[in-house]
Design a protein around this ligand. Structure first.
Ligand code: SF4
Length: 315
């Protein structure tokens, strides 16, 4: 493959700023076949690492692109699992030599392998998937390659987290009615043990591999958020709800800004009131947003919260 198609973007990302994507894996070659995957079902379910493309072509394609654009990160975020690429460590090292930061978004399924941990150790930022820590749920949500064992995957994740010197994020994608809410405390506890800089809770926002996949209800998402905050602290938990990705912080007016905040952080009523007062906006705005269906009011442990109505759950 020539350099064409090996890099894409830059695209704006809430987590990574301006990110130039590297597509180092052919479409849908993965160790998982997640029910929510926006790329459809995995065509090539594999667990063996191999060389897919000439690593020099990948570095060259990044080099060429960086002549024209400035980015915060070069990010390995392919149409499959990036650590399946046997040349990942080489590619990360060479791209770093171009004077740019490198991130990898991985499903973490191969972290039990020392060579994968060593490759990822080269990156400035790694985001790991932790959707389940119960094998039954894991098999339902992630549909892993038959050779993988969750206990080994989780041990690998812990070993990597212990030794990694860069920035570590976790991402937990929640799907309604697959058993994740029954183990949400355990998932949060596990992530706490990894000492991540930030733990993101995501929901499917694009057409999933399986039609039956739905995002959790707002009430469930709020619960997951509060459980994560209890374990990790408020500043370390964020929601990825698909709203205004890339536009965060650029809202033009109080209404848009409020919606933008509520898409990442459910707000207490008192926080909303303080915000409206500070912005010189009448409290009516809150009622208007409720009426238009842009936000929902929820009660959690006796407290009133407001959050963005989730995509896929609008009536
Ligand atoms: S790990 Fe990522 S690419 Fe692989 S099936 Fe899951 S969502 Fe899709």
């Amino acid at each position: 493959m020539s350099g064409v198609g090996l890099v894409f973007g830059p695209v704006p990302s809430r987590r990574l700023g301006r990110s130039l994507g590297v597509n180092n894996i052919p479409a849908k070659s993965c160790t998982y076949s997640c029910v929510y995957c926006q790329l459809g079902r995995t065509l090539n379910l594999i667990n063996a690492r191999k060389s897919f493309y000439d690593p020099k072509s990948i570095v060259e394609a990044v080099y060429e692109k960086l002549k024209d654009v400035e980015v915060d990160y070069v990010t390995f975020v392919p149409d499959g699992e990036p650590t399946l690429d046997l040349n990942l460590g080489f590619e990360i090292s060479r791209i770093k030599e171009l004077g740019v930061k490198v991130a990898v978004l991985t499903n973490a399924s191969l972290l039990w392998r020392e060579d994968v941990r060593n490759d990822l150790a080269e990156a400035h930022l790694v985001s790991i998937k932790v959707d389940a820590i119960n094998a039954r749920t894991w098999k339902v949500v992630n549909r892993p390659h038959a050779s993988l064992k969750l206990s080994e995957v989780l041990e690998g994740v812990k070993a990597f987290a212990r030794g990694f010197k860069g920035t570590l994020y976790s991402e937990t994608m929640l799907v309604e009615d697959v058993g994740q809410m029954e183990e949400i405390e355990d998932i949060a506890l596990f992530i706490r043990g990894l000492n991540v800089s930030r733990a993101y809770i995501a929901i499917p926002t694009r057409p999933p591999a399986e039609e039956w996949v739905k995002p959790p209800s707002e009430q469930q998402l709020l619960k997951a958020y509060k459980v994560f905050i209890k374990e990790l602290g408020e500043g370390r938990v964020g929601l990825l709800t698909g709203f205004a990705e890339g536009e965060f912080g650029t809202a033009r007016n109080p209404r848009e800004e409020l919606l933008s905040i509520m898409s990442v952080h459910p707000m207490r009523r008192s926080e909303v009131e303080r915000y409206l007062e500070r912005s010189g906006v009448t409290p009516q705005l809150l009622e208007e947003l409720l009426k238009s269906g842009d936000i929902v009011r929820l009660i959690y442990e006796g407290e009133e919260f407001y959050m963005r109505k989730l995509p896929g759950r609008k009536k």
